[in-house]
Ligand binder design. Structure first.
Ligand code: SF4
Ligand code: SF4
Length: 361
């Protein structure tokens, strides 16, 4: 299973959309209070753990990261980081990490608007350094999409970067848990977002058609893979199913974003076993009655249980449905190319394991 481990709740940035500022609204302690022994006792009960180092900014506690990596040599590792301290992680450890998800929101203007002045440049410098050193894992640009994002422009900017080159681009919409009035005319914002998605799908297909190259746009690959294989998907992030967050005090939550919501607490490293918390939460209506449920999977467990936007929940779903429909539009051509052996189905096999990309933005 996948475990998000909060190495600290502290962060060295104050991003506009972040729910985890330096003055958290919940009562969770800032630093880890459990012992390494207690953590390992719990994690060793899972034969195939995936560890996602998370925070706050996890690389403000590199020491704990190294201890965990040293003691769990059989685990897969991910880091979700803002990239500012990437150059401080010893290379022999960094290069053992399977995936690094770097928070970056698109162009310099977009990234700096949300994350602070000159942050884009600092991220790019650090990521470039590990790229040049030959990082062999999966380098993922993880974007937050909010009010000032131009989805086509910001995604293509990251997609076409050469130094550094990101293997994959993934994004998540800053919606439902955020203040919807910040979007102004929400209908209009969504119309523009959907237009940008159509443009991106066209660009993606053009590259496949002309060069048989599949750009690493995670939502497109993940959904297309399900369409091609006709698989039914459960909640793709796995929250409460096979993905959990271990908070600084050792309590276990179904998802990393909500320590103040006690209904998401499913156990603790002191008293629970992985097998006892597996499949402990599930998606509820309205998703269960939705015509796209088996592709979407319910998008987000947290917003499915805590819908702060009331009826406007359906506006967010209209982005999901638009995305799925656009990919259904090009699916026959992709299927035909695979049939004619111009393209391989395995080019859409991603991710190999739950690497914390939720697929549905
Ligand atoms: S599109 Fe919306 S209602 Fe439908 S399954 Fe996804 S999140 Fe739920
Ligand atoms: S998609 Fe929602 S439920 Fe899943 S991990 Fe992200 S915030 Fe949590």
């Amino acid at each position: 299973m996948l475990y998000f481990i909060f190495l600290t709740r502290r962060c060295n940035l104050v991003c506009t959309y972040c729910g985890q500022s330096n003055t958290p609204t919940d009562s969770m302690v800032q630093e880890i209070t459990y012992s390494m022994q207690d953590l390992l006792k719990f994690l060793k009960l899972d034969p195939d753990p995936i560890i996602a180092f998370y925070g706050g900014e996890p690389l403000l506690n590199i020491e704990k990261l190294l201890q965990i990596m040293n003691r769990l040599p059989h685990a897969k590792f991910l880091i979700q980081t803002n990239g500012l301290h990437l150059n401080k992680v010893p290379w022999n450890f960094l290069n053992q990490v399977n995936s690094i998800l770097v928070s970056i929101d698109g162009t310099a203007a977009t990234t700096d608007y949300y994350r602070g002045r000159s942050i884009y440049r600092k991220i790019i410098t650090n990521v470039n350094e590990i790229s040049k050193r030959g990082f062999s894992g999966d380098l993922i640009a993880r974007m937050t999409i909010s009010t000032h994002t131009d989805i086509f422009k910001d995604v293509t900017h990251l997609l076409l970067l050469e130094n550094p080159h990101f293997d994959h681009i993934h994004w998540q919409l800053d919606m439902i848990w955020s203040d919807k009035t910040q979007y102004g005319d929400l209908n209009n914002w969504i119309r523009n977002y959907n237009k940008g998605i159509t443009q991106l799908v066209d660009l993606w297909m053009e590259k496949i058609r002309n060069e048989q190259f599949v750009f690493g746009i995670v939502p497109f690959i993940g959904i297309t893979s399900s369409l091609l294989k006709k698989t039914k998907s459960s909640l793709r992030c796995g929250a409460g199913l096979d993905a959990f967050a271990i908070q600084t005090d050792g309590s276990i939550y179904a998802c990393p974003v909500c320590p103040e919501f006690k209904d998401f607490k499913v156990g603790s490293i002191y008293t629970s076993k992985p097998s006892e918390i597996e499949n402990s939460m599930s998606i509820k209506p309205p998703c269960l009655e939705c015509e796209e449920y088996l592709i979407c999977g319910g998008r987000c467990l947290f917003t499915n249980h805590h819908n702060f936007w009331g009826e406007d929940f359906h506006l967010v779903c209209s982005t999901v449905k638009h995305l799925i429909n656009e990919l259904k539009r090009i699916e026959p051509e992709i299927r035909q190319m695979i049939k004619e052996k111009i393209l391989l189905e395995k080019q859409f096999n991603y991710p190999e394991f739950n690497n914390s990309c939720e697929i549905i933005p």
